[in-house]
Design a binder for this molecule. Structure first.
Ligand code: ATP
Ligand code: MG
Length: 407
């Protein structure tokens, strides 16, 4: 199938919101409209599903890719609109029959509009009898080769052509704003994806080890943000100069504590950035015990300097699960591009696996942590980053389901 003039987005979690549902639906429609910007959208309505009507047929591949970035949608369905009466439905299905190459079929019907004169079983039975006579196919409700799926909405009757999985979650913009600590590795973009999926908007902070590393890490972070911005529109990327502070830590603190001290300084500075940009939580790509700085003891020592909540959406995932999320997010290919991550002299030979807040405080006496945090965040360069365009190939968001069932 190449072109569609109507598409329906289904949602699940929003439908459970009871009295709160209206605001969630409004944000969802706004996000669908933004994702389809540039396509000839004539109308978007939400009678219990998001129904998009285009003023002329548009490529289905384009629509499904774009709608695949809209969190909150569970399914994206290409449909034909049949009009408003049962007779309209029969006429449309009659026109579709020559294209159905199957020996058996079933009709399934959902009636969202209870005022429709026939209930869903009556529609299924009547349309089933009609199709059987018109096509010669036999009815098989258990294992049909073809399924004719009908949806009766308040604004008309629709027949499914193809349904693909949506990204799920909640609409971006319904859960507040977070600040993601984005390194350019595989993990932190996946963490960003997971918080966007729960409805947050995001800004990003990248700590740049210049002059000891090149500008390439900043460009990479920006490219990753562009891809993630497909879910939310433009965002801000704060590029914080970190090399001088790292050098100070290398010079004045015990070597094995370095990474934990860097992380504590990142949190201190990020918190200041968060406060000045309206973010209510920090997000990192840490996963329990993945590396020395992510042991329970070290995470506890790192957290002690934060006042805002530190969200770690990957905490219980292994590398394969995280990679699958990064692939789905479209950031994996960018993350694995070779770059100089950090100058080797900044990295300790043997990082500590279990330190304490007190040990860190003692080490931090050698330099003024608060003053450094204030200084580096004040020197941050702020970049406004637009979403990646649709014209270049993006990974298929409807690829194989994630291996992690909890997602
Ligand atoms: P990633 O793949 O995201 O780099 P990682 O497993 O390599 O994660 P670490 O390098 O220990 O883990 O970093 C842990 C987390 O700290 C990252 O996921 C990220 O949130 C944050 N972080 C690390 N380095 C930076 C940086 N240069 N700028 C911003 N955040 C960073
Ligand atoms: Mg890293």
């Amino acid at each position: 199938m190449e072109f569609v003039s109507h598409v329906i987005g289904t949602y699940h979690e929003i439908a459970l919101k009871g009295g709160n549902r209206g605001p969630f639906e409004r944000v969802l429609v706004r996000n669908v409209r933004a994702a389809l910007a540039g396509l000839p959208v004539a109308e978007i309505s939400v009678p219990s599903r998001v129904v998009v009507r285009f003023s002329r047929p548009v490529p289905w591949a384009d629509v499904r890719e774009r709608m695949g970035t809209v969190f909150g949608l569970n399914g994206v369905i290409a449909v034909d609109r049949a009009g408003v009466t049962y007779e309209d439905l029969e006429r449309l299905v009659a026109a579709m029959l020559p294209a159905i190459a199957a020996r058996s079929f079933a009709v399934r019907c959902k009636r969202g509009d209870k005022r429709f004169p026939l209930d869903s079983q009556q529609v299924a039975a009547r349309l089933g009898a009609f199709v059987k006579t018109a096509s010669g196919m036999s009815v098989d409700l258990e294992h049909p080769e073809a399924t004719i799926q009908v949806l009766i909405q308040t604004d008309g009757i629709y027949v499914y052509r193809e349904r693909v999985q949506g990204p799920g979650g909640l609409p971006v913009g319904t859960s507040g704003r977070v600040l993601v600590l984005l390194s350019g590795g595989i993990d932190s973009p996946a963490a960003a994806y997971m918080t966007l999926k729960r409805g947050t908007r995001a800004n990003y902070v990248h700590f740049h080890s210049g002059p000891y590393t090149s500008e390439a890490s900043v460009r990479k972070a920006e490219e990753i943000v562009r891809v993630l911005n497909r879910h939310q529109g433009s965002s801000r990327l704060f590029v914080v100069p970190f090399g001088e502070l790292q050098q100070e830590i290398v010079r004045s603190c015990p070597e094995k504590l370095r990474v934990v001290l860097y992380r504590r300084m990142m949190l201190r500075a990020a918190e200041r950035v968060a406060r000045r940009s309206g973010c209510r939580a920090l997000v990192t790509g840490e996963s329990l015990n993945q590396v020395a700085s992510q042991t329970l003891a070290n995470l506890a020592a790192i957290d002690r300097v934060a006042h805002l909540p530190v969200l770690r959406p990957l905490i219980g995932l292994d590398k394969q699960e995280i990679t699958a999320i990064a692939e789905r997010a479209g950031t994996y290919e960018l993350s694995v591009m070779p770059q100089q991550d950090c100058c080797s002299f900044l990295q300790p030979a043997k990082p500590v696996t279990a330190t304490t807040h007190l040990a860190c405080l003692q080490a931090e006496r050698a330099f003024n942590a608060d003053e450094w945090a204030r200084r580096v965040q004040a020197e941050a360069e702020v970049r406004r980053v637009e979403p990646a365009s649709w014209s270049r190939p993006a990974p298929d968001p409807f690829a194989e389901p994630l291996p992690c069932p909890a997602l």
